[in-house]
Design a protein around this ligand. Structure first.
Ligand code: NGQ
Ligand code: ZN
Length: 462
């Protein structure tokens, strides 16, 4: 049954830009048909003519939603050696104060913002499972369900990745005080996965995966036990892990096993296209090539990696090797896919003192970045996203044809301008599963979401 027909004068389809495109969307929010060069100026009856060029919605493959409430609050110099690790201490202090309704309120605000900026799906890397004293809630999946509720309220697609977090460092070191809320053994996290799968069953907007937090937070035994368990529940479940974000992690991994984190992971675990390796900042060239060949997605989070002083990904080598990649907003110092893509390229330019570094087959660098992040993001989230074709989700953006950055442009040059000059948000309307969630830059739930967020922020600052 056709639920909705949309007509766009210009749209980015899997094979390239097309004109006069008629999209048909079914009642479950999947694209059921796409017809380019649809006859005449008056398309088939009942079609809604959209106001500007249409592109697929962007995937945000890495989010810790609760960190939205502390974005911007960790920018005061405290020690001469402020670092990722001192930021993490501050983050643990915020974590200790949040209750489930606040977690939901913060996530709702974040998800509304992500939609307005052009993300239509998120990968939620969720480790804040338990009460502040470390005790499990009556429903072990309580906080995960809060995130599903926030995504539903906002209308955002979600791949929820419950996190296995068992240890405080390599070799099974005990957890610190600030990490008590994260703690699960394989059995505990698999129960959460199963409960969330049941809660999400039949919902095409939701997918459940699993995320070992990092090699710091698991042992080889707990990792393989959790992977076996999740494969029994869903053999295609997306698998995400933080890896090699900081040089200290690389040093500690070398001290523990004599190998670097990415090398260890690729050598000991069957890493394939189901996997997303988040950050993968510090790799030797052999690791970069091997990661690209594994088929896994590199989950790049440029604004957070810059904010936390991580380092720069070796883009040229990974691009040459044909690696898959996508973007995430991680700690949410930015909610804009444009800013992530731009900073990804700018970091490479600043390091290499060259221009147009992350190039693909087509000349446009912005277009290459936009397309690459659509494909890798869809892969990492394990949902049919990122392409406007039959069988995929009808998640799309209508760009504002009146925004100065885009005026007079079409096709790939429009994407170049979007990425490198889209400073005023050029996203006008957003549909997820064929339903409008943002119209003329406004989300229907934005006022309510902001009130909930303001309350949570006030409570945290009190
Ligand atoms: C996180 N964030 O899990 O929120 C981490 C910090 C850690 C980033 N890596 C904590 N950006 O890695 O131990
Ligand atoms: Zn992260």
């Amino acid at each position: 049954m056709i639920f909705h027909r949309l007509f766009a004068e210009q749209a980015l389809l899997p094979d390239g830009w097309a004109r006069n495109v008629l999209f048909e969307v079914d009642a479950d929010g999947f694209v059921s048909a796409v017809t380019a060069d649809s006859p005449g100026q008056s398309p088939g009856e009942g079609a809604e003519r959209v106001a500007g060029p249409v592109v697929p919605g962007m995937a945000n493959l890495h989010s810790h939603a609760f960190q939205r409430v502390m974005a911007g609050l960790a920018e005061q110099a405290a020690h001469p050696d402020d670092s990722f690790w001192t930021w993490r201490e501050l983050m643990y202090r915020f974590v200790g104060r949040l209750d489930p309704p606040q977690i939901e309120a913060i996530a709702t605000q974040l998800y509304v913002e992500l939609l307005k900026a052009g993300y239509t799906a998120v990968g939620e890397f969720h480790y804040l499972h338990h009460a502040p004293d470390g005790a499990a809630y009556a429903d072990r999946a309580e906080t995960g369900k809060r995130l599903l509720a926030a995504a539903r309220t906002a209308g955002l697609g979600i791949t929820l990745l419950p996190v296995l977090y068992g240890y405080g460092g390599f070799g099974g070191q005990p957890l610190g005080e600030g990490q008590r809320r994260f703690r699960n053994d394989p059995e505990g996290i698999l129960e959460i996965v199963a409960r969330l799968q049941a809660a999400a069953s039949g919902d095409p907007q939701v997918r459940i995966g699993l995320a070992p937090h990092s090699l710091r937070a698991v042992t080889p035994g707990s990792l393989s036990e959790a992977l076996e368990g999740v494969n029994a529940l869903d053999p295609a479940a997306p698998l995400h892990i933080h890896v090699a974000e900081q040089t200290k992690e690389v040093e500690e991994c070398l001290a523990w096993c004599g190998r670097r984190p990415v090398a260890w992971l690729l050598g000991e675990v069957a890493v394939d296209s189901r996997w997303c390796l988040v950050h993968a900042t510090h790799m030797e060239s052999s690791e970069t090539g091997a990661l690209a060949r594994s088929g896994a997605v590199a989950g790049l989070c440029p604004t957070t990696e810059a904010n936390l002083g991580d380092g720069l990904f070796d883009g040229p080598r990974f691009w040459t090797a044909g690696g898959a990649w996508g973007i995430g907003s991680d700690s949410h110092v930015s909610q804009s896919p444009i800013e992530e893509l731009r900073l990804l390229e700018y970091g490479q330019r600043l390091r290499d003192r060259r221009r147009n570094v992350l190039r693909g087959t087509a000349p446009g660098v912005g277009a290459e970045l936009f397309r690459g992040a659509l494909a890798g993001g869809a892969q990492a989230l394990g949902r049919p996203l990122g392409r406007l074709a039959p069988g995929s989700r009808a998640d799309l953006l209508v760009l504002d044809p009146e925004t100065p950055a885009l005026i007079g442009l079409e096709g790939d040059p429009l994407l170049d301008a979007l990425v490198f000059a889209g400073n005023v948000n050029p996203v006008r309307d957003v549909a997820v599963g064929g339903r409008w969630v943002v119209r003329q830059g406004r989300h229907t739930a934005e006022a309510q979401a902001l009130r909930g967020f303001a309350e949570a922020r006030r409570a945290l600052l009190a």
